[in-house]
Design a protein around this ligand. Structure first.
Ligand SMILES: C[S@@+](CC[C@H](N)C(=O)[O-])C[C@H]1O[C@@H](n2cnc3c(N)ncnc32)[C@H](O)[C@@H]1O
Length: 301
């Protein structure tokens, strides 16, 4: 679906929503990078702690020439922790074109021998990567991106991914674990306000694409953890009554009406394993950090 169709369909729902992938223009990716540097945002810090542990074991665990393929790679910051001399190819896949091309150029300076081939694509659609050239495929889906799907779409994504691999391939997935609600709420409502800036940037993106004259100051942001649903939901809240148009379609917002713009589902090791099993993937190994906040799963077919 196109941005326009997705927007019209999401904003026509009783509970208005916009898919979170539209946050990521260049500025959105920059804001996300800032979020990951905030003290309250434990996922990045905890996942890096785990990746450092895995990195020590990786050359022993997966031998021979490797192709690393990172889905939703963003800044490529985490893959640096895992690089070793067996890695011959790196395929970062991301929707944020300029951002991953820049990140890939910087990575090339650090690893001049590594063949880096950025792929600008939407990972919700089936994707194919060519030229693995007799290397073992190692996929990464980090940053708790597996939690960003609406119900049912996570299994679909894993099934598509499972089609890209063979029995010798590996998939590492970073998963945010269930924990105290207050810790999650703090992480998604950082004091410096970068999560708010990241979400409000969507208004700029919509204005740029559809010239609808929305005023960013007429919106606020809030992230709320729904304990029952095990899901953090991020909303843009309309501060007043508003009217706007997407193409020829009219929309109204009431005062305090919310538009859901973010979903971040949390898992237990058991619930994630059962999700992976539905996509015919098996848990080969599981690592967590010292506080059990985050988990990295190694899946195989
Ligand atoms: C939550 S961030 C994680 C970034 C990085 N992997 C990390 O761990 O910090 C999600 C990343 O996936 C990308 N992304 C989001 N939705 C996407 C989609 N549908 N297709 C491709 N990339 C997407 C974003 O541009 C962003 O870089």
């Amino acid at each position: 679906m196109s941005f326009k169709k997705d927007l019209i369909s999401g904003l026509s729902k009783k509970k208005k929503m916009i898919p979170s992938k539209y946050h990521y223009d260049y500025q959105g990716s920059k804001y996300f990078e800032k979020i990951t540097q905030q003290k309250e945002y434990y996922p990045t810090r905890k996942e890096k702690e785990i990746l450092k542990k895995i990195s020590k074991k990786l050359p022993e665990m997966i031998k021979g020439n490797l192709s690393f393929c990172e889905i939703g790679s963003g800044s490529t910051d985490k893959i640096k922790i895992l690089m070793n001399k067996n890695v011959k190819f790196y395929f970062p896949i991301d929707i944020s074109g300029k951002f991953i091309r820049n990140a890939s150029k910087k990575l090339k300076l650090k690893y001049p021998k590594l063949k880096i081939k950025p792929v600008v694509a939407d990972y919700n659609k089936p994707f194919k990567i060519k030229n693995f050239r007799n290397t073992t495929k190692v996929f990464f889906f980090l940053g708790s991106s597996i939690g960003n799907f609406h119900p049912g779409h996570d299994v679909k994504f894993l099934k598509n991914l499972s089609k890209c691999i063979d029995r010798n391939s590996f998939i590492f997935i970073g998963v945010d674990l269930i924990k105290k609600s207050s810790l999650i709420n703090k992480a998604y409502n950082d004091k410096a306000g970068y999560t708010a800036k990241f979400s409000l940037n969507l208004i700029n993106i919509i204005n740029k694409n559809f010239n609808c004259g929305l005023n960013i100051n007429n919106f606020s942001y809030i992230g709320i953890y729904n304990k029952k649903m095990r899901s953090l939901q991020g909303f843009l809240v309309s501060k007043s009554k508003q009217k706007f148009k997407i193409g020829s379609k009219n929309f109204k917002l009431k005062k305090n009406e919310k538009i859901q713009v973010e979903v971040s589902n949390k898992f237990s090791p058991k619930s994630f394993t059962s999700l992976a099993n539905k996509a015919n993937l098996k848990t080969h190994s599981f690592w967590t950090d010292k506080s059990n906040y985050f988990g990295v799963f190694l899946l195989k077919r």
